[in-house]
Design a protein. Structure first.
Length: 337
């Protein structure tokens, strides 16, 4: 019915729960796939973290085949101060038969921000039905403090009409790139909001050299649910089926919001939807170096090299770099098994 991530757990707990965390120092082994950000910068930098043993056990119990795992996500780093999804909901991220409403996902992200100086959460818009859209920013403490100044530098770099080459060269040395990931642009694509909660935790908490390299060098932004109205309706249907599997419910909502269904991303050019305007205005505010929308799902992984026709103003070097990034992703995923 829905494309649910295959991880183990129990139905979501209504309130955050307290638990005694068992932690150990263990080498990284294996676990499910991650965004291109983690692969594009990967090198021989996988280190050690204190491991949350309870969360890690649940990950491994619920991973259906070992070859679905990679060393990046088969475990969870432990923290005494920052809540995991298990602490907050009573289940791990991606637990089978557990989906979270947009406001629940946003609530977890705000719990991260309250507990970690490496995370900030901003409101970027409101849907036609009055649901909030958010932006989660994860980076080093220095990056979070410097966020506004870094935005201003990226804006200068984004406009060669007003930024001479000499100034641009100086800005390259002081400006951090922004990598913006978005999820659930299509309401029935249910996995990315669950995944993003765990990813934000990992990036905020892990002290492995691999994660520190990302956190220190890149500002990572997440909009975990773009189609907030449709997501809420999909979770409604899912919860109804869980409560009574015999209910004659539709497999998906007829409409996701007041005006839209599956073409919400294809209609962006008209800027008629609140979600389109929120994403566009945020893009123009932050000028991310990479914009990565997470789609689902099929029985294979798709790595995009971009498709023409291309904007004539794009440098051919940039287009060639898309292919380099795509092959780098395939190479690293193959190396991870």
């Amino acid at each position: 019915m829905f494309s649910r991530p295959r991880r183990g757990g129990s139905p979501a707990h209504p309130q955050a729960r307290k638990r005694h965390k068992r932690a150990s120092l263990a080498p990284l082994t294996k676990g499910p796939s991650v965004p291109a950000l983690l692969l594009a910068t990967a090198g021989p930098v996988l280190g050690q973290d204190r491991i949350d043993e309870d969360y890690t056990r649940l990950i491994r119990e619920a991973t259906t085949e070992e070859f679905f795992s990679t060393p990046l996500v088969d475990h969870l780093p432990a923290s005494e101060t920052v809540p995991t999804p298990l602490d907050h909901f009573g289940t791990i991220a991606g637990a089978p038969d557990v989906l979270h409403y947009p406001e629940e996902v946003h609530g977890y992200m705000r719990a991260l921000a309250a507990a970690s100086p490496r995370v900030e959460v901003f409101t970027i818009g409101e849907s036609e039905e009055g649901r909030e859209m958010i932006l989660v920013v994860v980076g080093s403490e220095e990056s979070i403090r410097d966020l506004d100044a870094n935005k201003a530098r990226l804006a200068r770099l984004a406009d060669p009409r007003t930024t001479p080459p000499e100034e641009a060269e100086e800005l390259f040395g002081t400006t951090k790139p922004i990598y913006w990931s978005t999820g659930a642009i299509h309401a029935p694509e249910t996995g990315s909001p669950e995944m993003f909660m765990e990813l934000a935790y990992r990036l905020a908490v892990s002290e492995s050299e691999f994660i520190r390299q990302i956190r220190d060098g890149v500002i990572y932004m997440i909009t975990p649910v773009v189609e907030v109205d449709g997501r809420a309706k999909v979770v409604d249907l899912h919860m109804g089926k869980r409560k009574d599997p015999e209910l004659n419910l539709p497999t998906r909502p007829l409409y996701w919001g007041k005006y839209v269904a599956h073409d919400n991303n294809r209609d962006n050019i008209g800027q008629t939807l609140a979600l389109s305007r929120a994403i566009t205005s945020t893009y123009l505010e932050y000028h991310p170096t990479v914009f990565h929308d997470h789609h689902e799902s099929a029985s294979h992984l798709y790595t995009s090299t971009g498709r023409g026709p291309y904007n004539a103003w794009l440098d051919p070097i940039v287009i060639n770099e898309w292919n380099r990034l795509a092959y780098k992703e395939v190479q690293d995923m193959t190396a991870l098994g």
